[in-house]
Structure formats: C-alpha cells, structure tokens
Design a protein around this ligand. Structure first.
Ligand SMILES: [Zn+2]
Ligand SMILES: [Zn+2]
Length: 719
C-alpha cells in the first residue's frame, strides 16, 4: 500500500504555492517526522504534516503521479502537535508560508544531514544525567536558600504558583526579577521531572551572564546538560546540539533570544520573557513575528505559565494587565508589581540603592552650542575625584551625522539612499548606515572645491573626543589622566571586542564610558554612579507614535545602570544620579521620569492612543512594497488597496493611502508602505488572508510592474 504525505518545505517567497507539497511514501509516517524530499532539482528538508492512504480520493490531482520522498529522518522523534500548531499559527497570523516558518524554526545544520548522519549524531549524544543523581544537591539547595526573598518577590512567586497567568512581572530595575524567574524555574523542575522552561532575553549580549547564573544554580541539581542556549551567535553545530537537547527533553532549561520561541520542547511548562518591552523581540525581516506575542500564544496552547517581565512594560502588555474597574472586566494578564529596588540577588550579592535622582538640564538656558552643560561636567568631575564611573550616552554613532560645505551647501548625501552619510573620523570615511556605501572623506567640497568642509551635529566618536578635551587637565586621585572609553556598534565590530571593553569597565579601568543605547541595557556595572543622556529630544516629536514609549523605556533602563550597589554608594558617600539634557524640560515624559513613575507615563500615553484610535486600541498591519521607482511602489500599494474593496471585511478595515517610508530610498530601491487598521483583530486577520491571493495576482498585472518585492508586517513596530 502506498501513502500520500503532505510535507511543509521551504518554498521561495511569493511563489504562492500552498502550505505543503504532496509526495508518495511507502509507509505511513507520523506527522512531525522530518523527511528529505525532492524539490525541483534539489533535495530539501521538510516536515511531514499529514499522511493518508494514496487512494483516499483526496489527492490534489490524481492524474499526476506523486514523487516519492527521498528519506525519512525517523531516528529523530517527530515534532509534536503543539509545535506544529505554533508554527501553523505563526504562519497564518504573520501571513507567511507554513514551510518558511517551519524550516526557519529548525537548526540550519539539520538541512545538511542525511538520515544516516543524523542517526549517528543522535547515538553519539550521551544520555542525560539522570535526575536525582545530582553531584551535590545539598550544596545547591544551600545556595538557593542563602538568598532571602523580599516580601515583594515572595508575594509574586506565590501568585505565580497559585494562578494560571499570563503574568506581567512589573519590577523596577534592581527589584530582583531574575531571582523570581530562577525560583519559578527551580520550583517547576523540582515538582515535575519532565518539565522544561524557556527563558528569553532580548539581546545575545545578555545571554552569557544569564547562562552563567542559571548554570550556577541548576547544574549542581539537574546536571551540566540541563541548561542550553539558543541564539544566532552560536555556530551551527552548537545550535544543533542545543536544539536536539531541547527536543529530546534532556535540556530542562532553554535560554535564548527571540528565535528560541520556536524551540521544540516536549515538556514545556514555563516561559519567561525578560525585558518584554524590548523591540528586539520583533523580527524585522522575513517573517516579522513577535516572539513575545508568540510566547503568550504558545503558553496558552501548551498550558505553560508565561511570565513577561519589565520595569517599563510595552503599553500593550500594560493595557492587557489592567485590573478590572467599573464596566471594564480588566485585561487577560495578571500584573505583579515589585516596586522596590531592594536587591540584585545572585552571586553578585549586595542590595541596590535607591533609584537615582533625575536631574533635568534645560538646554535653553545654556550658552549657544553647548554640548555638555557646566553642571553636568562638574558632576562628572566629582565622580572622577572620588574614583567613581560615569556613563554618557548618545544615540548616534560615528563622529558627525553630516559633513557639509558652508559655501555652496553641499552635504554628504548617500548617492544610493535618501540619507546622509555619516562622518567617521577614526578612518576618515563617509559611511552610509543604511546601505553600507563608504568612501574616503574628500579633501575639498566635491561641488565647489572649498577646502573647509565641516562636520555638523555630533555622534559618539565626536562626543568622546569632546570629553577628552574637556577633561584633559583633570587628574584622577592617583594623579594619572582621566580614562575615557567608547562602546558602540563601531567599537565592538571585532570579535570579542565588546567582552573586553565591558571587562575593562567592570575592572574600574574606565572613568567615563561613552556609548549608544547598547550600554544602557542590562549590564550590571557596580561602580557607575552617574548616567547622562546628552540629547534625547528627537524622540519626543517623532512621527513614530511609539518613539516616546521607547525613549521612556531607554531612559528608565539607563537610570537603572547607576548606583546598582548600595554598599558601594554608602562606602563612597555618593549618590546615584541620572542627568538628562533637554530643550523641553516641561514635557510630561520627563516629569514622569523624574518620579520614576512608569504608571503615570503609561496612563498618559494610553490616553493619547485611545483618543487617536491607535494600538492597543486598534490593530494594524503594513503592506510594504519595494520598487525601482516610488511611483511603481505606491501604484502597486494603491491598486492593492482598491482590490481589497472586494473583500468581505473591507468596510471594517481602514486602508490609508500609500506613503513613502521615512527613509524612502535605500541602496537605489524606492520604498513605500500602506497602513491597514481595524478595531477588530479578527476582521484585520480575515482581510489579510483574503488579500494574499489578490496581491500575488496583482504582481502579475501592469500595477505590479517594477515591484521588486512586497511584504505584510502584522502588528508593525515602526510606522
Ligand atoms: Zn561647496
Ligand atoms: Zn546608502
């Protein structure tokens, strides 16, 4: 008897092939089995989705003989129904093909292994350390008990234990959220010998320190294989090994970045999404999924508890966790508040001090062209005199964002993009941060020959130089010169550079650290007592409605870098301070920041969003088109909007006119987008699904001429 096997394979985007391709199979295969199948001239990896007798009368076209599969990788246990449901949901919701999501969720190396190689690899993997045969479980238990929980941590854990969630753990920086995660995981693993936990962080940079902490806590009890990581910074063999450990159940804890949300974990019972507000959880290319939102969906599907943690939650999660009031039944999430900054827990020990005092400097009152106000410089000077560290951040790398000629008005535009090339003094280059086009700085103005072309504005490189000039005559307590270091995407390009730069800061070899938002996230610097944001005003008046939310989160997080060690502050007789230089000190965002009052900020922002009918009070998607000309891109989008009139939900889904992107041309490609919006998520989803075949069709009409690619971004972050 012969079987028909429907297989999810990675098909080229926009071929409009169905969700799976059908093959002939000599024996019945369990859905979720990995197979190798012929596709065109190649042989590719696929996931078996359905299997049925070949003569059940449901063959797509009985006259066409199905190709046989090449091999079944049945040495590997099949991917479970819950995993397949997650993949199918993500594909449907984010408007991508099933095969694309399914294959992207698997470690790349699986694609290259034959069934024999895979079987060999699985055999080679040693059996996991049996539970209970822990090398030294008493010592481990002692470590756990050594850290006393605060009343707030204890209360949060109690609710996590007793209720189903999802939970929003709203804890200020230094309130000990990580300790709550560790305890929740420990209790779960102790209770259920098969249970697995997934812990996600936004940045690869943050995984090593988290991995260290989890290994220290769990390896002694559950064996050295109990904790694995999954992120794109790993080599393919490492990723495969971690993935196999998660899939087999041997790994009890999987730590990772957004990609880890798709890890196959048969015993999944707890998901933690740390810094849940972080934009990195949203994939910005290919399938534009939100790992945070998928985590919540997955938790519900698998009855796993979900903990979203943040000091500055996304407004979506904040709104979703609102308590019931009046006619409002409240949100679906349970909010657990840990307002006190009482201890950083872990091996670092020592409590964190008070949240830093926020000082606003009104730049309108400073002499013209002031970069760093006198008061801020004096405060940094005091830190240097006491041997403490300061952190100054500016969200713009390079030396100057533009190079300009004062005579003829020439500016360092990128010939391929609608953007300026940034001046990097270190190698005297003009570099485009959008397409990468780089050239040496011209000796004179290319338009008029004026030799006096000058940098306009300021990036981290120039700020570093400026600080070095200002502190050139200042001495450290031991009489040596002030040490200034810079950390940004340019300074950390070399492998291992970031690690060594961070190590220098931790070792106290740096007095002033300059950088982009890269330094504001997560790092547990113990000697930094002053943090300064030099020029954050751009985000206050951005056309992107999420810009204030991101700025507030960033400033709160940066403030959290100061004074993390109460004992150090006390010994120094110092106070933690956050300085913000702004021309708009009256802005409500800064008023809330001053009081460290996220709730007030969130209510104000949500009020504005409610009045304007924006998320989370409406649901959005973007249709984006890239084309050779702006006209072609917008023409396609407007034709698409018109075509959608025929769809059932057209009346409840608003379609806005096509507009160019903020940076409309990148690498000679013109980009445009069209916003669709509805008060009903279901209506928006139905419209998007009905729209897909129309869009594929449109591509082949005159309206699709000149269009290079198009994509749909559901719940977009940047508009
Ligand atoms: Zn000129
Ligand atoms: Zn460019």
């Amino acid at each position: 008897m012969s079987w028909r096997l429907d297989v999810a394979v990675q098909t080229p985007a926009h071929t409009a092939l169905g969700d799976w391709l059908s093959y002939e199979c000599p024996k019945a295969l369990v859905p979720g089995t990995l197979v190798r199948v012929p596709l065109g001239k190649r042989e590719v990896l696929g996931v078996a989705w359905h299997c049925a007798p070949a003569d059940d009368g449901e063959a797509p076209d009985p006259a066409v003989a199905l190709k046989p599969i090449a091999a079944a990788l049945d040495a590997l246990p099949p991917l479970g129904a819950a995993w397949r449901d997650l993949v199918a949901f993500a594909a449907r919701y984010y408007q991508r093909s099933l095969g694309e999501i399914a294959l992207a969720a698997l470690p790349p190396q699986l694609r290259d292994l034959s069934s024999v190689q895979l079987a060999r690899r699985l055999k080679r993997k040693k059996a996991p350390t049996p539970i209970g045969s822990a090398p030294d479980s008493t010592a481990a238990a002692a470590t756990v008990d050594a850290i006393a929980l605060t009343a707030e941590q204890d209360a949060a854990l109690g609710r996590i234990r007793a209720e189903t969630g999802p939970f929003l753990l709203f804890g200020s920086t230094g309130s000990g959220k990580t300790e709550v995660y560790l305890r929740a995981v420990a209790e779960l693993l102790a209770r259920d010998a098969k249970a697995q936990a997934l812990v996600m962080v936004p940045e690869i940079n943050l995984t090593p320190q988290l991995e260290e902490r989890f290994k220290a806590r769990f390896s002694p009890v559950h064996g050295s294989d109990a904790v694995v990581s999954l992120h794109s910074g790993m080599t393919n063999p490492q990723r495969l090994a971690s993935w196999l450990a998660a899939h087999s159940g041997a790994a009890r804890i999987v730590l990772g970045t957004r990609m880890a949300v798709f890890a196959s974990m048969p015993g999944l019972a707890l998901i933690v999404v740390d810094e849940e507000h972080d934009p990195s959880y949203k994939q910005q290319e290919g399938a534009r999924y939100s790992a945070r939102d998928l985590a919540v969906w997955r938790g519900q599907r698998e009855s796993a508890k979900v903990i979203l943690g943040s000091a500055t939650p996304s407004l979506e999660s904040w709104h979703q966790s609102r308590p019931a009031a009046g006619d409002d039944p409240g949100g679906r999430y349970l909010r657990l508040a840990m307002p006190s900054r009482v201890g950083t827990g872990g091996s670092a020990g020592g409590g964190a001090g008070e949240l830093p005092a926020v000082r606003l400097v009104d730049m309108n009152l400073q002499p013209p062209k002031t970069v760093l106000s006198g008061a801020l410089l004096a405060a940094i000077g005091e830190r240097i005199a006491r041997g403490e560290q300061s952190m100054v951040f500016l969200n713009r790398r390079g030396y100057a964002p533009v190079l300009a000629c004062g005579d003829c008005g020439w500016k360092s535009e990128c010939p391929h993009c609608s953007a300026y090339r940034v001046f990097h003094k270190i190698d005297r280059s003009l570099r485009c941060h959008h397409c990468g086009f780089a050239e040496r700085v011209p000796r004179a103005c290319p338009a008029c020959g004026n030799p006096d072309i000058a940098p306009v504005g300021r990036g981290t490189e120039r700020l570093e130089e400026h600080l070095a000039e200002l502190f050139a005559d200042v001495k450290r307590p031991d009489g040596s010169a002030v040490r200034i270091a810079r950390i940004d995407a340019d300074s950390t390009r070399r492998e291992g550079a970031l690690e060594s730069q961070l190590a220098a800061v931790h070792a106290g070899e740096v007095d002033i650290l300059v950088g982009t938002q890269m330094i504001a996230k997560g790092h547990d610097f113990r000697r930094i007592t002053l943090v300064a944001a030099v020029n954050p005003d751009g985000a206050l008046f951005s056309s992107d409605f999420r810009a204030p939310e991101r700025l507030f989160g960033l400033l709160m997080q940066s403030a959290g870098r100061a004074g993390r060690d109460a004992a150090y502050l006390a010994a120094q007789g110092s106070r933690a301070e956050m300085w913000v230089q702004t021309s708009h000190p009256q802005h409500p965002l800064f008023a809330a920041l001053r009081r460290h009052d996220y709730a007030a900020f969130a209510e104000q922002q949500l009020g504005e969003r409610r009045d304007a009918g924006m998320p989370p009070f409406a649901f959005q998607a973007l249709l984006r088109a890239d084309a050779r000309t702006q006209e072609a891109a917008q023409g396609f989008l407007n034709a698409a909007a018109l075509a959608a009139d025929a769809l059932e939900d057209a009346s409840t889904v608003m379609r806005y006119p096509a507009v160019p992107l903020a940076i409309q041309r990148v690498a000679n490609v013109e980009r445009a987008q069209l916003l669709v919006e509805s008060g009903s998520r279901a209506a928006l989803q139905r419209l998007l699904t009905g729209w897909q075949p129309l869009l594929h069709g449109l591509r082949r009409t005159p309206e699709g001429k000149g269009v290079i690619r198009w994509l749909v971004d559901v719940d977009p972050h940047q508009i």
